[in-house]
Design a protein around this ligand. Structure first.
Ligand code: GDP
Length: 466
């Protein structure tokens, strides 16, 4: 009681002397490739700038947001998130999906806000700078490499590869190599190319453990020596100048010059995080894809678990990501009556981590959303059966079609269990999925891109700071 009182007096004094506290907030946006990061950020920024479709954002509903504007970002060496180009792609005469995230980028959005609640009338407007940092979820998978030597990593990867048909080609190349022989760049390049091809095939097959992450999404490091390495069996001897030693040197450089700086410069400064997950696509592809997605997400989320990694714990130095929002994207593929079920599948997927109190200290929520709504809802009666469907323009040939994606189960535990047990197909249901193109939008001033629950996401992620 007394503690609470003193604390609120302290809060009040702090608020009066420093109305918006530290007035920057770093929001990390991540997710695996194609999860929807680019479209999410474009829609978030557009809807915060326009605000006509954000009723659940409390500060907006209370009429306290005076202005929102884009500003030059603080990190001058980081690529800027190309908001204008992405928005033009989605809203032009021939609307199309923008290019996806390939590397880290940033955008600063600033708010001028009237204070609310307790402090309304006591102080003038304040400013909040929201730094949105977009980065591939694949890069978080590299966290495990920080604890491993090249020899350990090679051994682990080669053992895993032996059980994967798509790894056969690379494995044969690696086993035929004698790492004790002098290094030759053409051999190193061949090995790296084949290993990269394997990683792409493994990712396409929905496998987890596809590290190193930069091999899949190299950003501006494509073709550099720091990405020209591959796992090799440990030879009897590893003389100076040997292929094995050179591979080891490059692996070590990858860890110290690529992975560590990413975690130090970008990851460890994040205050709030949204993790986007394309749950629907995995459900559509079947139990194995869903199980692989679950495992990959568990690996991705390791980066947010205190105690998982000494290097990260030292970096965070007791600080935590304050809030994590898990979002199942592309919910416009489903009628709204199915959205709670989609949310439940997502929750079941990240539940393991939550149950182990893994994100200690962070507030965690799960939400089904659509950054850009491409469909309208339609209820159809066929043969006496009523179906809740969505209608949209097909990405493949532009036709207007109505789609019923299938009934997600009320209890996702069964879905997850059959995925875990290695079922080949769903037992009693089928999940169809068509891919839609963005609809043509007639934009009005003050009206952002059509979406589903982006205002709820914004309220959770930054509403308390407005
Ligand atoms: P990123 O790789 O995480 O940056 O993913 P993108 O944002 O580029 O999205 C990948 C693809 O997912 C897009 O090209 C669209 O086809 C699809 N997509 C993303 N968001 C939505 C959405 O809200 N609704 C629909 N229907 N499709 C979406």
């Amino acid at each position: 009681m007394a503690g609470g009182f003193i604390q609120s007096i302290g809060d009040m004094a702090e608020a009066l002397t420093n109305p918006f506290g530290d007035n920057t907030l770093r929001l990390g946006v991540t997710g695996l490739s194609r999860a929807g990061k680019t479209v999410f950020i474009t829609s978030l920024v557009n809807n915060l700038l326009e605000r006509g479709r954000m009723p659940q954002l409390r500060a907006q509903a209370e009429g306290r947001i005076d202005a929102v504007f884009l500003q030059p970002q603080p990190d001058l060496t980081l690529p800027r998130f190309d908001y204008e180009t992405h928005l033009a792609a989605l809203t032009g005469d021939n609307p199309h999906w923008p290019d996806s995230t390939r590397a880290v980028s940033e955008l600063r959005l600033s708010f001028r806000v009237q204070p609310g609640g307790w402090f309304a009338g006591w102080r003038g407007p304040g400013e909040l700078h929201l730094d949105i940092v977009d980065y591939p979820g694949e890069w978080l998978l590299d966290l495990g490499l920080l604890d491993q030597t090249y020899a350990q990593w090679s051994d682990e990867v080669l053992t895993r590869l032996a059980k994967r048909p798509e790894g056969a080609d690379f494995l044969a190349t690696a086993r035929a190599e004698d790492g004790a022989l002098p290094h030759a760049e053409d051999r190193a390049k061949l090995l790296a190319d084949r290993f990269t091809a394997y990683l792409h095939a493994a990712r396409a097959a929905g496998r987890s453990d596809c590290t190193p992450g930069r091999f899949l999404l190299p950003g501006d490091l494509a073709g550099s020596p720091v990405l020209t390495f591959a796992p090799l069996p440990l030879p009897g001897q590893t003389p100076r100048g040997s292929l094995w030693r050179e591979m080891q040197r490059r692996y070590d450089a990858y860890v110290s010059r690529v992975i560590r700086p990413f975690f130090q410069t970008h990851f460890s400064r994040i205050d709030r995080q949204i993790v986007l997950v394309d749950v629907l696509e995995a459900v559509h592809r079947g139990p194995q894809a869903l199980e692989d997605l679950r495992r990959t997400m568990a690996d991705v989320l390791d980066a947010f678990r205190p105690g998982r990694n000494g290097f990260l714990d030292r970096l965070w130095n007791g600080r935590r990501v304050e809030k994590i929002l898990f979002a199942a994207t592309k919910a416009d593929h489903l009628h709204h009556t199915q959205h709670p079920r989609l949310q439940a599948v997502l929750r079941a997927m990240v539940q393991d981590a939550e149950q182990r109190a893994a994100f200690r200290g962070a507030r965690v929520e799960a939400l089904a959303l659509s950054a850009l709504r491409t469909t309208v809802e339609e209820t159809v009666t066929r043969d006496g059966l009523t179906l809740d469907m969505v209608r949209g323009r097909l990405l493949s040939d532009g036709r207007q079609v109505a789609m019923f994606a299938g009934d997600l189960p009320e209890d996702p535990a069964r879905l997850m269990a059959s995925a875990r047990q290695g079922a080949e197909a769903w037992l009693d249901a089928e999940y169809a999925l068509m891919h839609f193109a963005p609809a043509r939008i007639s934009r009005k001033p003050g009206e952002g891109l059509p979406h589903i629950r982006m205002d709820r996401a914004a309220e959770f992620l930054l509403g308390d700071r407005l």
